[in-house]
Unconditional design. Structure first.
Length: 568
């Protein structure tokens, strides 16, 4: 037994660790209390630096102590000679570097380093750039370091061209370096600006970038970084603010506009004057949900001077003029003495309404990209990024021509990437509805999209002047977006999976709702219909019908005259 080292039992080891933790905690607590006391007393001395340094070396996310250190350095800068402060600042930079080696993603450390570099005399920005390079070697996707690098580059007057070359080298070392791809997207518009391009980069440069990114995803098709950058290169079209539709309704004494993108109509953002036969009408603008101070694509104007401001049996011109905004020209609607409703609908070139989503590149460039990705598809037929990019390119080039191919590729995506199945169903619905709207004659004011397996409703604002809507036998689980159907009189949504009717409460002109074979399960779900003037309701095939009383329904919806085919 002699000469052997006594080994502690597990219980003894745990007890020893507990006592050690308690000891450290007491020291930590005492130190923090002392720091708060010194700060309260405005003591900005070397001792305060020493104690805060001990705590921050252990917990670099203690932002209050970093702020205290800033106060100490500012005070010392005013009271100590420059040569002495240079040494103190250098010591602080070394301390910060040691903190970063322990916690390279600490907001507090990087932020404090920015403060030190901006406050110290004669900062060495070149050395800071080398520090960034070092930490990006450790972790090339450390966005804290990338942010600090941009700060250093700006202070050191490093040219965007040099930084672009840096991103090129990083990408060549690792195609998966998403941060480098992202930084590249910020540099290219600075180096090769083009105001006519959606993403602000010259076309010939874009073509070279396509070649670079193709090398990446042909090398590693499963890496998402290059695919995201490729999507940025394709760009997204900027829709000019304007009016899709302007509608006048004598019955409701209402002017409604549908804008090309959400806007806020208010004195502080954008004012729109309404003129009746050349005379300004005082009134208020509200959204279709009776809101103000929000962004919306549908706005409704009502006069505050005269409830019957639109003459009932006379010819009239209602015009609107945008004040202080670049909307192009004013819009107007002519309504003759016999009309109840009149509208002015902007007819865009057929087939182009939705194709500006990828408009940064020319058609030739998009076609070349499609050809290249289809070559990759031959090698990687099960790769989701390949399939999704093909869908995007086909949709940008000619959604009607490629409609069948898009359907096939989306069906394949639904099969091979089941974790994102709902996304692909919604994307399929988007493509289908957009193709339908491209060919729709809006003057009929009828939407018929039944039996299409539609899972969501896109662009509902474009349905704002539609009177009859049939979305029966689809995959809708809600009426989200239905509040845009401001002119709807007749809605059919039989054979879906709808559970609530909240957005229908804003459809004051609704007369008939057929919602058979859905998932309405309680009388409370019918409450929104009480705010409408609905006359006929078809509810058969919903769980709520099993335990329902017609009198209860009538109590909830006083205007109802016909329930499931029975007069009330």
């Amino acid at each position: 037994m002699h000469g052997r080292v006594k080994v502690k039992t597990t219980a003894e080891q745990q007890e020893a660790k507990r006592k050690e933790r308690e000891k450290k905690l007491k020291i930590y607590t005492a130190a923090t209390e002392k720091i708060f006391e010194k700060r309260k007393n405005k003591e900005y001395d070397e001792e305060a630096l020493k104690i805060t340094g001990e705590i921050l070396a252990v917990n670099s996310d203690f932002s209050t102590f970093w702020n205290y250190r800033k106060e100490i350095f500012l005070n010392m800068t005013e009271n100590k000679p420059e040569n002495e402060m240079i040494e103190i600042f250098k010591g602080e930079l070394q301390f910060l570097e040691s903190c970063l080696r322990t916690n390279p993603k600490s907001y507090g450390v990087w932020n404090h380093r920015c403060f030190i570099m901006e406050t110290m005399p004669k900062p060495d920005w070149k050395k800071e750039l080398e520090l960034c390079n070092l930490f990006l070697e450790y972790d090339e996707r450390n966005f804290h370091c990338w942010d600090y690098r941009r700060f250093v580059v700006k202070k050191a007057n490093i040219s965007p061209e040099e930084e672009l070359e840096f991103t090129t080298n990083k990408i060549c070392n690792n195609f998966s370096n998403f941060s480098s791809w992202h930084y590249r997207s910020k540099l290219l518009p600075l180096i090769y600006p083009d105001e006519n391009s959606t993403i602000g980069v010259e076309e010939n440069i874009l073509i070279k970038e396509y070649e670079t990114v193709q090398n990446a995803f042909f090398t590693d098709p499963d890496d998402q970084s290059a695919w995201f950058y490729h999507r940025w290169l394709l760009g997204r079209g900027k829709i000019k603010t304007g009016v899709n539709c302007m509608l006048i309704d004598r019955t409701y004494q209402m002017l409604m506009i549908n804008t090309t993108q959400p806007v806020m109509i208010s004195p502080s953002t954008c004012e729109i004057d309404v003129l009746l036969n050349g005379e300004r009408v005082e009134g208020t603008w509200r959204t279709h949900k009776q809101q103000t101070d929000v962004y919306s694509s549908i706005w409704i104007f009502k006069s505050t001077e005269d409830e019957s401001w639109i003459p009932m049996h006379e010819d009239a011109e209602v015009a609107m003029a945008v004040v202080g905004e670049d909307w192009g020209s004013s819009d107007s609607v002519q309504i003759n003495s016999t009309q109840t409703v009149a509208w002015n609908l902007t007819h865009e070139e057929q087939g182009l309404r939705f194709r500006d989503e990828l408009s940064a590149a020319t058609t030739d460039t998009l076609q070349r990209e499609l050809d290249s990705i289809q070559e990759l598809y031959e090698l990687e037929p099960e790769n989701k990024w390949v399939l999704l990019t093909i869908v995007s390119l086909m949709k940008a080039l000619n959604p009607k021509q490629y409609a069948n191919d898009i359907e096939i590729f989306l069906s394949k995506l639904i099969t091979i990437d089941s974790s994102r199945i709902n996304y692909y169903w919604d994307l399929r619905s988007k493509c289908l509805i957009e193709n339908y709207l491209e060919e729709l004659d809006f003057s009929t004011r009828v939407i018929s999209l039944q039996n299409q397996n539609i899972s969501c409703l896109v662009h509902p604002e474009l349905f704002s002047m539609v009177v009859k809507i049939d979305l029966s036998n689809n995959k809708l689980d809600s009426v989200k977006g239905f509040s845009c159907f401001q002119c709807a009189v007749d809605i059919h949504v039989d054979g879906n999976q709808i559970k609530d009717l909240e957005e229908l409460s804003f459809l004051h002109g609704l007369k008939l709702l057929s919602i058979k074979d859905n998932n309405i399960s309680s009388l409370e779900s019918l409450q929104p219909l009480g705010k409408t003037s609905i006359l006929k309701l078809y509810l058969f095939g919903n769980p709520v019908v099993e335990n329902i009383d017609e009198l209860e329904v009538k109590k909830i919806i006083p205007s109802l005259h016909n329930f499931d085919g029975h007069m009330m």
